[in-house]
Write a new protein. Sequence first.
Length: 520
Amino acid sequence: MRRKVYFVLLFLIFLFGYLLRVWFLKDLALTFGYDQARDAIISQEILKGDFKILGPPASTPGLYHGVFYYYLLAPAYLIGNGNPVIAAYWIAFLNASTVFIVFFLTYLMTKKFLPALISSFLFAISFEATQYATWLSNPTIGIWTVPLIYLGLWAWTQPLSNLPAGKAGATARQIIWPIVTAIGLGLSIQSEIFLAYHAIPIIIWLWVSRREVTQRQFLIFVLSLIAFLSSMIVAEIKFGFKSIEGIRQLAVGGGTNLAYANSLGDYLILYLNQIGRIFAFNSYPGNIGYGGIFVIVLAVYSLIKKDRVGMFLATWLFSHITVVTLGGTSTPFLMVGIGPAVSLIIAYYLFLWWQKGHKVATIAVLLILIFGNLSMIFRENLKGATLFAIQKDMLLAKQIKAIDYTYEKTGGENFSVNSLTSPLWINIVWSYLYKWYGLPKYGYLPTWHGKDQIGQLDSLQKDPLFVPNYFLILEPMGGIPPRYLEETINEEDAVSILMDEVYFGELRVQKRLKKVPVKI
């Protein structure tokens, strides 16, 4: 009877976590930029039978992530008829479902339901996890694939005495857990190629538990990993092993971190800053210092104490150190999937404190963590993916208002648009939004009079020269060199006259009149 109560509580935690993640979607608080528009288009091309094997490009030229994310998005875009909000609900569902992985792993570690429920709840209210939940970008799936690695690895490397007795336990040890570990690692690499660094903790724990690991189990793991990376392997063969050049650039110091670090000390500071932020965003996001130090102390204490559970979690928490030189402060998603380990280690020590009689202190810490995360969620999530988005105001709610403005100002007449975008001069976001939202609502599309869009995934029809109504859409300047703003406005001034200008947050739209309209 008590077990049923625990499972009911777990399901309620899942529902609460999902509600937190989608709370602001009804207000269209969804970050929608270049990556999101590109992925939406490619996912819908797959639905039309144009199957893909090459995933999104990584920040290092020549390296590509896996294609799995496109196929994961495709059903949501099919059901939603291209609506990115439906895709966000779907990704948020998968994100919230991680509470079950966290619960199961904690239970395997402690053999107790209470710490398992606490860890699940802490993950459900994690500020960072809620930010990932509606961020439509390939790294976001690592929030649940990375915990799969450590679920499989923990169960795989346990002494036989800790495993369930009988045939089922033996089968799980021999086959299931090596496969689960491979699924987690394979899909994590598919989501973000640099997440291959989680292979290091796998190697460490397989070595520590070498007496428990058989050659057969290791072979099953390797073959399963190859299977889940097969699309990336095929893409390498088909496109001429492009990753070799990317790996060469990383090997000779061409990583993205050079702007932030020039010596070993710089890298150490960068690493501490990165883990401090991630630890805080999953514990007490209201204060980066307190939250970060709290988790670092727990992890270091676990290593000193040589507690197997704590050491395992510390290995997970500190795993990012092997790639710290590859990602600067602009790539926080290199640590995706470490957040659940924060929930696990906090729950583990809260439970130990509770058992030792420190119940008041345990409850006080838990309440502080709840307050810190919930207050941050309701303060930040209405602004979209503030942890990851470079252009902070590229919100679907404001983009929709901008599109409505262009249609309403022309009173049903044809018009043409130009835009200043990040990446520069790629109009894919506005092409997608006009076709998904503007066309069904208003019955027609604008034309395009900006820089050539030849070779882009999607574009509006080029301006046929006789459209008098012009609009210039100026995206938020995050990631756009300032000189291009003046350059773009000057180019537009050469062909049109400014009539009106409105702001939707940092998003700006100018209503213009073509200087010399040509009538046919």
